[in-house]
Design a protein around this ligand. Sequence first.
Ligand SMILES: [Zn+2]
Length: 333
Amino acid sequence: MPIINWSYNRSRFINTTLIWHNKLVDIAPRDFIKEINKTTGLFTWTKQKRIQNLLTKQLAHPEKYTWKQLWSNLKTNGTTTSFKESKNRSFRIKLLHDELPTLDRLTIRMPYLYSGNNSCRTCTKEPETRSHLLTCIELEHLNAQAWTTTMEKLRKRTLNLINTDKRINKAHNDTNKKANNQNDHNSIDALINYLTKTIFYKQENRLDFVLGLIQEDFVIKLRDFLGKGRTSSTRAHSLLCKTSVTFQKNFQKITWNTRCNITVETDKILGISSKIKRSPGQAHKGNGKKIQRKTRSPNKKSKPNAEQIKDDPKIKEILYNFIERGTKWLGLR
Ligand SMILES: [Zn+2]
């Protein structure tokens, strides 16, 4: 057998170090460059006027929120695609960016059909906006139904968790089983009451929750409920994320779909057919008016320059924090 000689390993000697804006980067360059790209991309997104308006409070105090669910709502789940999944995803993206065809948005998109005609079709009191759909008095029974269904699902999931724990620990015996189960139900009731009071009954929290923005306070509350163990935090987090997704789905299925059916019916009465919506010329046939479509002039770019973004002091601060402490901005993974 010949003797194998390992060749001299030169990679031990690092002759150069990466410096970024006078800051020594002592982490893998590959990871760092990935982080730069992610952060600049995300920063460009948050710089948009609409995101600044929609998420003012959240961007001012990003540490109060768990951002993971919001990002995963925008991603496709796994590698499989289906018509249903793509429809749900499109709903989630439109909901977050306030691009659902609510009447306030339609007034901007099709002023010749909807201007002066954008009040909520069910209460007829206020303009129909994204947040109005979650707070409209006439739709409240539907939202409440969506919430109750969501809470029932949460109850099942929490009970499953508790029971799995018990099976693992074998801490219970048969004589106490009944009493234990009753206790579990009572404490889950208390938890559901707390979530209903703090999320469902508070307007802005209700909107955040349906978007997938979960406050750290709620995670902590649920973690304390699940026990002090190390896994509790992760579990509480994943349980709340699942609950938020369920609520969003129920909102889409119950409130949004009902609202759409009502709108289609009233549009019919008002003479706004889907044919007119598709071809704007139809709406003005006969009255001689010409439709002026707003086109954006190519000179007026609303998109910020990539170089400007990269030199923004805020980005530097975010990336310095990442180099020094490994903290990630807005929890993006
Ligand atoms: Zn209304």
